[in-house]
Design a protein around this ligand. Structure first.
Ligand code: PGA
Length: 240
């Protein structure tokens, strides 16, 4: 895992430029929702409006809260559409996302559908945030490093922290997510963290060997991962 540190001012632009580069190339790109990349997406959308760069990539959604869809404010898909996708001229089928409004077998089928898609069109770039409990997407602590897309039971921490995305208190219990195995098959991975509230979890990530109780440590086994931090997360005095 390679470490890249930039100022808080540069962070969204550095991330945004990496996304623009990936969107212009053939291959599959997976972009996480969340507060961390939000300004980068707004920057990508503004750059697209300004210079209409070509969109050759296929996009795949990382995860969603079970029971919620794109119309639900606070959902992953709502945020991605609001900040990025609605501003891009995407072709039909260019964006593939879990339909988390299904139940039972139909929901299981969504995992199968996305696994099939990734088998046919492997991930070129995956952009991730890191949860306060070390989760990746909705792969909670305990997720197998070889897991494929699946339905996960959410941890207490995830349910509590995720309330920040919603206008009113929202009952969450499960997620549907790419598995760590899908993520590790990505050619490039960027895991990004910004802000002083991410210092502790990033410090733990840096000093913890790979183990399934800490999903983000799986990325230490990946040959081409960049951990992108801003200087509120990482400075020598805060981290050592
Ligand atoms: P955040 O979420 O970007 O909103 O901090 C990160 C995550 O939970 O993976």
């Amino acid at each position: 895992m390679e470490l890249a540190i930039c100022s808080q001012q540069q962070f969204s632009r550095v991330l945004g430029d990496a996304i623009i580069d990936a969107l212009q190339q053939e291959g599959t790109v997976c972009l996480a929702s969340g507060d961390t990349p939000q300004r980068a997406y707004q920057y990508v959308a503004a750059e697209y409006q300004r210079r209409r760069f070509p969109l050759r990539a296929t996009l795949v959604g990382l995860d969603e809260w079970v029971g919620l869809g794109q119309q639900d404010e606070g959902s992953c898909q709502y945020a991605m559409h609001h900040d990025l996708y609605q501003h891009l001229a995407l072709r039909p089928g260019q964006l593939q996302q879990f339909d988390a409004t299904h139940t039972g077998e139909a929901l299981e089928h969504e995992c199968h559908r996305i696994n099939q898609l990734l088998a046919e069109r492997p991930l070129r770039l995956t952009l991730l945030g890191i949860g306060q409990n070390g989760h990746l997407g909705l792969n909670e602590p305990g997720s197998a490093f070889n897991s494929l897309a699946h339905i996960s039971n959410l941890s207490e921490t995830t349910i509590r922290v995720a309330q920040k995305y919603f206008p009113t208190a929202t009952r969450l219990h499960q997620g549907i997510t790419l598995g760590i195995g899908n993520i590790l098959a990505s050619e490039h991975i960027i895991i990004a963290a910004s802000g002083a509230h991410k210092r502790n979890i990033v410090q733990r990530l840096l000093f913890t060997p790979p183990n399934e109780n800490f999903p983000a440590t799986s990325l230490k086994q990946h040959a081409n991962t960049i951990l992108l931090l801003d200087d509120a997360v990482f400075n020598v005095e805060s981290i050592l």
